[in-house]
Design a binder for this molecule. Structure first.
Ligand SMILES: *Cc1c(COP(=O)(O)O)cnc(C)c1O
Length: 364
């Protein structure tokens, strides 16, 4: 029996191999590789898929985050609210501009506990970064209400939320800016690095377009000090192919997740819950287990790989020692770091392999 991997990106490539290869060849043969019609075409499609007016392709999800805060003018001396169990990129997106992350503990849905946001707001708070972890939206009703009352910007980190909804609209359409990563393992994953922002604000969209290209709109006329952060033509083309299948791919993940939820039956495992008002694209299927390390080892011994998203919360990372936090400061995030386990979840997972995973967990 072969090992069951936590993720299998090769299977989605194989499924649409002819289309991907044709698109790659088309771009290679076009002789145009940066800022061309493949990018424009993908930006239009992504904006319309998400339900936003504008999409601007960037080089990565981290770039989408830090350039967003830069463009919103949020930096040194400013505070940004973010969940304490965030991925490190969320926090770096804030601190790269000199901003200070203010952590709020997650709730039972593994996303920021919106009821704990207001107590963290100070005169310096400028924005809330709503990180939609694992494929599921935060409670955007509560977050938008708080933002309105306190006049805060809302940036959504949708790196793990490609196509899932809060109420009737997709992740990314609720805040001032929605940030996406097209890192290969993400829902609409590229074959290399990539990212994008979406917004309904024309002025912000222009600023992103200028910033990503050395601060220039017209060649060799640099209006501001910008960056080089562009989504390549070849990635944009491959992403257009992926996007044309994304709803099917997401539906398949929903089916796989549904089976896990129905058939995993072990008192020491807490299954993921979906918040009323949200649906999930199941970027990850994350269970909680107090004996997580034991369970992970047990599954590994039975040829089943799993992942941990994430083993060390940002406030305990060496990079953020300067923030002055210590163990015990965010007990829920710390507990989650010790008990979360991401089960094998990927397009193309066979029923037999899933059966093997389920039976192994139930026997544990
Ligand atoms: C992947 C990810 C990012 C960063 O994206 P990159 O493209 O790897 O820079 C940011 N936030 C979250 C929640 C992510 O999962």
């Amino acid at each position: 029996m072969s090992r069951i991997k936590a993720n299998r990106m090769d299977l989605t490539f194989e499924r649409y191999q002819a289309e991907f290869e044709q698109k790659a060849l088309d771009v290679l043969r076009s002789g145009w590789y940066i800022l061309g019609h493949e990018l424009e075409s993908f930006e239009d499609k992504w904006a319309s898929y998400i339900g936003s007016k504008y999409c601007i392709g960037l080089a990565s999800g981290l770039d989408a985050l830090w350039i967003s805060f830069k463009i919103l003018g949020i930096g040194s001396g400013d505070e940004v609210i973010v969940c304490s169990n965030a991925y490190i990129a969320c926090v770096m997106g804030i601190t790269m501009n000199g901003g200070t992350p203010v952590f709020v503990e997650p709730d039972r849905y593994d996303n920021i506990d919106a009821d704990k946001i207001e107590e963290k707001i100070t005169g310096k708070t400028k924005a809330i970064l709503a990180v939609h972890l694992y494929g599921q939206c935060c409670d955007m009703d509560k977050i938008l209400k708080i933002a309105r009352i306190h006049k805060l910007r809302v940036v959504e980190d949708c790196a793990q939320s490609h196509g899932n909804h809060w109420k009737n609209k997709k992740a990314g359409t609720y805040g001032d800016i929605g940030c996406f990563s097209f890192y290969p393992s993400k829902g609409c994953g590229a074959f290399g690095d990539g990212g994008a922002v979406v917004t309904d604000n024309a002025e912000l969209a222009d600023k992103f377009r200028i910033f990503r290209n050395y601060g220039s709109e017209k060649r060799y006329h640099n209006m501001i000090v910008g960056a080089n952060s562009r989504l390549d033509e070849i990635q944009a083309g491959l992403l257009s192919v992926k996007l044309s299948h994304l709803d099917k791919l997401n539906a398949e993940r929903v089916r796989i997740a549904g089976r896990y939820s129905k058939e995993i039956d072990n008192p020491c495992v807490k299954l993921p819950e979906v918040r009323p008002g949200a649906d999930s694209s199941w970027h990850q299927y994350v269970i909680h287990c107090e004996r997580r390390d034991e369970l992970k080892d047990y599954l590994a011994k039975h040829d089943i790989d799993t992942l941990i998203h994430y083993p060390i919360p940002p406030h305990l990372q060496e990079a953020y020692r300067y923030l002055g936090y210590k163990k015990g400061d965010f007990p829920i995030a710390e507990k989650y770091a010790d008990e979360v386990l991401s089960l094998p979840m990927y397009n193309g997972m066979t029923d037999e392999d899933q059966q093997t995973v389920i039976e192994a967990i139930n026997r544990f």
